[in-house]
Write a protein that binds this ligand. Sequence first.
Ligand SMILES: Nc1ncnc2c1ncn2[C@@H]1O[C@H](COP(=O)(O)OP(=O)(O)OP(=O)(O)O)[C@@H](O)[C@H]1O
Length: 237
Amino acid sequence: MNTETIISIENLTKQFPEGDGFFTALKDINLTFKKGEFTGVVGPSGSGKTTLLNIIGSLDKPTSGKVNVLGLDIGNLSHKESANLRNKHIGFIFQVYNLLPVYTVFENVEFALLLQSYTKSERKKMVMESLEWVGLGDQASKRVTKLSGGEGQRVAIARAMVKRPQIVIADEPTANLDAANAHAILKTMKKLNQELNTTFLFSTHDEKVMTYLDRIIHLRDGKLESEEFISHENDKV
Ligand SMILES: Nc1ncnc2c1ncn2[C@@H]1O[C@H](COP(=O)(O)OP(=O)(O)OP(=O)(O)O)[C@@H](O)[C@H]1O
């Protein structure tokens, strides 16, 4: 088993300006993540889950402390270096799928590759492979407005996976899905995690998500409350 550490967080504190002072959203967090983890950050609303994932995803910066992602010091990256890290190595899945409504399934996934120097035929191969991964290989030419909610989130997963990122950050990915679609999406993500060794980090309130996780990190009031590692050895496949 590969146990390479790809994210390390030391004494991370994040404050946002509030009134004349500031609000502490994360306080003195220490964590490491290894390649291939399937981990959830869990906690009440406002506990700092999204703030933590945004900093790991290089969408925001620490106020103090060190966050290292794939060998890069997030706090010291330029705007361009952050964008480069996200474009090449990090896929994002959100509660709202953020698909472009006038485009097809294929075009929505291809969009994630346009900033990089792939040829048209390379893009086609990558997009189709990604759509196959999520079970939408036969829907490539469909307009995304014609999709169900579950299918829409599958397109969002394909879009996050198409550049074969090392890390996928999924912020409440099942929040808008019914139980059957949530389970289907989670199984798809778990399969990608196992087959491609992609590291998945979730934020969630959803009990259904928790049953799939290998590790759960509990945040409360911006502090790391506890964490648990879950063995699925006896689970039915
Ligand atoms: N840009 C910002 N400016 C000011 N305060 C912010 C900002 N972003 C987050 N916060 C505050 O930081 C705290 C943590 O927010 P965060 O979104 O990380 O929590 P969360 O655990 O993801 O919550 P939820 O489950 O509701 O999404 C909240 O009190 C929030 O209001």
